[in-house]
Design a protein around this ligand. Structure first.
Ligand code: NDP
Length: 249
């Protein structure tokens, strides 16, 4: 495929919610965008919606040994990767004492270990050209304590630390690493976590100075900015896109 002079992005979990909005924004800027997810129907629907510049790949990112092959396949097809958005994630809302080791590990593997493995494989291809932009999707759960999401919180807090560690090691080599910490954004994930729990939803909105939940496009605009040349001197930041939630009273 002739994408030599075109920008190529990977968005994990690009078939729905925040990832889909980021993919849509990238494609409207002419970026060839590979979306990765487990659900073929979801990915096909995204492809139908977004057209030629959208390339779905069915893949479970929690299958860590398979990640090098996944990235090699993308490199074989496109020749290079300019942008990586580590967006795929799962949540698990349960009381602290009810979470099994397997459940804890599943969240950590999906939300954290896959981010490391995918980034490592992608960075191997960014280093020789001395440029690249990686965005990790964090959460408010890494900004303050939230009950009943222990594994999710552990994973997202580690994402912020990893963002800083990657930034100091890779920025001198031309690769910028940033993180976006979305506040409460209207997606399937928050519908599941909040709609059956009106008290939690009210609490989330009550401490959001802007007074309402955000939309996936709000996060997508920030992602497009962070990957653009306008953000050329920005690396290692954790950018809240949260209507002020992280500083709300
Ligand atoms: P969604 O549930 O809509 O999207 C999650 C995406 O991740 C899906 O497309 C899903 O695709 C993909 N995914 C999950 N597990 C895997 C896996 N093992 N392999 C491949 N893909 C996977 O949620 P959101 O859009 O809300 O969440 C996106 C990111 O934003 C997550 O990291 C989340 O933690 C973060 N976030 C969201 C907030 C919100 O308010 N919505 C707030 C803060 C952070 P598939 O089902 O096809 O596998």
């Amino acid at each position: 495929m002739d994408t030599a002079n075109k920008r190529v992005a990977i968005v994990s979990g690009g078939g729905s919610g925040i990832g889909l909005a980021i993919t849509e924004k990238f494609i409207s800027s002419g970026i060839h965008t590979v979306i990765v997810g487990r659900d073929e129907k979801k990915l096909q629907a995204a492809k139908t919606q977004l057209g030629d510049l959208c390339y779905p790949i069915i893949h479970d990112v929690s299958n860590l040994p398979s990640i090098p092959d996944l990235i090699r396949k993308i490199i074989d097809q496109f020749g290079h990767i300019d942008i990586l958005v580590n967006n795929a994630g799962i949540n698990m809302k349960k009381d602290f004492i009810d979470i099994t080791d397997e459940e804890f590990q599943q969240v950590i593997t999906t939300n954290l270990c896959s981010v490391f493995s995918i980034s490592r494989e992608v960075v191997k291809h960014m280093l020789p050209k001395g440029s690249g932009s990686i965005i990790n999707i964090s959460s408010m759960a890494a900004q303050y304590g939230m009950p009943r999401v222990i594994a999710y919180t552990a994973s997202k807090t580690a994402i912020d630390g990893m963002t800083r560690a990657m930034a100091v090691e890779l920025s001198p080599k031309g690769i910028r690493i940033n993180s976006i910490a979305p506040g409460f954004i209207e997606t399937a994930m928050t519908a599941k976590a909040l709609n059956a729990d009106p008290e939690r939803k009210q609490k989330a909105i009550g401490r959001t100075p802007m007074g309402h939940m955000g939309l996936p496009e709000d996060v997508a605009d920030a992602a497009l900015f962070l990957t653009s040349d306008a953000a050329r001197y920005i690396t290692g930041v954790i950018l809240p896109v949260d209507g002020g939630n992280s500083i709300g009273f």
